[in-house]
Design a protein. Structure first.
Length: 155
């Protein structure tokens, strides 16, 4: 279906997306001029549906770094890895934990006893540590990767 719809990227062509960037537990990244491509191995999310739910929650809480679905990469008849994109934050560096804590408090989240973990009445957000949060030259904060759990619906 991905091939028929033009959403398939053979792994042999993956480097055409951009320059390889930092990789983590679940994503290999490829950096282009204004965009970051993340090829997700589903290790953390477990399924494409769970990854898409995570993307929707991220986009709701952190719209400045909203993800978009780009396609699927893989080896024919062997692997399928979702490819998502995110705006590239130019001239940025990792935020300090104090900056992250302050930013999340401004969004209405309370810090928990675990470093980089926050919650409010509807969501729990974690893994907000300097490697996953950037600050630009103007001091603006950008969450580029977070784990998010929906606790209860907002009324």
């Amino acid at each position: 279906m991905a091939k028929a719809g033009g959403y398939w990227i053979p792994m042999m062509d993956i480097f055409d997306l951009g320059v390889p960037g930092p990789s983590g537990n679940e994503n290999d990244t490829y950096v282009a001029d204004n965009i970051i491509y993340k090829v997700n191995n589903l290790l953390n999310s477990g399924s494409i549906a769970a990854l898409l739910k995570k993307i929707l929650l991220h986009n709701l809480l952190f719209p400045d770094t909203a993800y978009s679905f780009y396609g699927f990469a893989g080896f024919d008849s062997r692997t399928v890895q979702p490819v998502i994109t995110q705006p590239r934050i130019a001239d940025a560096h990792p935020a300090t934990q104090i900056m992250i804590d302050t930013y999340m408090a401004a969004l209405g989240f309370e810090k928990t006893t675990q470093e980089g973990r926050f919650s409010n009445e509807a969501y729990e957000v974690w893994d907000l540590v300097p490697r996953n949060v950037l600050v630009d030259e103007d001091g603006d904060i950008f969450v580029v990767d977070a784990e998010i759990k929906h606790i209860q619906p907002i009324s």
